[in-house]
Write a protein that binds this ligand. Structure first.
Ligand code: SAM
Length: 304
């Protein structure tokens, strides 16, 4: 690209992001498409325009100056991140390998856990069915990657992002190589994804851990990177779950040393927040019926 030559790349890995419009993309499994792309470049005008676009992109994004700037930005962010006190317990809790083990065994392998898992999967499938089948879904946070097989039913490629290295290691061991799943460490508040670069962001079991400001910041970041909308779970009150939640909070506060980290919303609060961020609620399903706080929603972008 730096030499001003027109480029043809395969639509895999980071190549689409590097070319992003400044070259021709073909499927890695379609030799005829590659031949066709090469044939297009026999035309001198297309060759010249393609070469100019490639060089411009290389200078804009990959000059030494730009690369150094981006690296400095990344290091400054990392330093800043260490300075900030953790805003909520879920950020740090899953950094611990023992917690990862507990997440897998107790929550999803026990009898009760399996029942809950079935309820969660049914709710997610029902809501995903309201969203279009798409090319790219970002699963944030992906945890141990347990949603990847379900998401694969609706998307060509999945990007699994999570703040916890141990969770990502489990996801890699379980899923890598079996699914078109790319995994990386990232914070939901600062995703390493370009604006509108994924069709849908899927987010399960994070929102309920986030205090109001963090919830808003993460949803705004999801709004930035998604083209069509979000499939996201929230803890939502109804009168019965509200009373139960208050009772649980009261019990927890009374037991020494217990810390409460649960931030449910009333449906009206959620609709208002979604509206402010440019979403409308399209579908909603409960996990294990109306007695459970957890609901899965499809928030469609109002502009989609
Ligand atoms: C309850 S687990 C849910 C994981 C997954 N969505 C699932 O349903 O299996 C919560 C996850 O959120 C991750 N997490 C917490 N805060 C985060 C943040 N700010 N950015 C990215 N991941 C975060 C944790 O590391 C953990 O893997």
């Amino acid at each position: 690209m730096a030499c001003g030559l027109p480029c043809i790349g395969t639509a895999s890995g980071v190549i689409p992001e590097i070319l992003s419009g400044a070259g021709l993309l073909v499927s890695p499994s379609a030799p005829a498409a590659l031949a066709e792309a090469i044939a297009q470049l026999l035309d001198p005008d297309r060759r010249r325009h393609g070469g100019e676009a490639a060089r411009q992109r290389a200078l804009e994004r990959y000059s030494n100056q730009r690369v150094v700037e981006k690296q400095l930005e990344t290091y400054s962010q990392a330093v800043e991140e260490r300075r900030q006190p953790p805003g909520y317990s879920a950020r740090t809790r899953y950094q611990d390998a023992a917690e990862v083990q507990l997440f897998e065994t107790v929550r999803y392998r026990s009898w009760l856990g399996r029942m809950r898992l079935r309820g969660e999967q049914a709710a997610v499938r029902r809501v995903l069915a309201a969203a279009p089948a798409v090319e790219r879904i970002a699963d944030v946070p992906c945890g141990i990657g347990r949603w990847a097989p379900v998401l694969r039913e609706r998307a060509e490629r999945i990007f699994g992002l999570d703040i916890s290295w141990p969770m990502l290691a489990r996801a890699r061991a379980e899923q890598a190589g079996r699914l078109p799943l790319a995994l990386a460490r990232a914070e939901a508040e600062r995703l390493p994804l370009a604006d509108g670069s994924v069709d849908i962001v899927f987010c399960f079991a994070l929102m309920k851990h986030l205090p109001p400001e963090a919830k808003r910041a993460v949803l705004a970041e999801f709004a930035r990177v998604s083209r069509r909308g979000l499939v996201v779970s929230f803890a939502l009150f109804n009168p019965v779950t509200y009373l139960r939640w208050r009772w649980t909070m009261w019990r927890q506060r009374r037991s020494a040393g217990a810390t409460v980290h649960s931030y449910p919303l009333w449906p009206g609060e959620l609709s208002a927040l979604a509206g402010e961020l440019g979403f409308r609620v399209r579908r909603r399903a409960g996990v294990l019926g109306w007695l459970s706080l957890e609901k899965v929603l499809y928030l469609e972008k109002a502009t989609a």
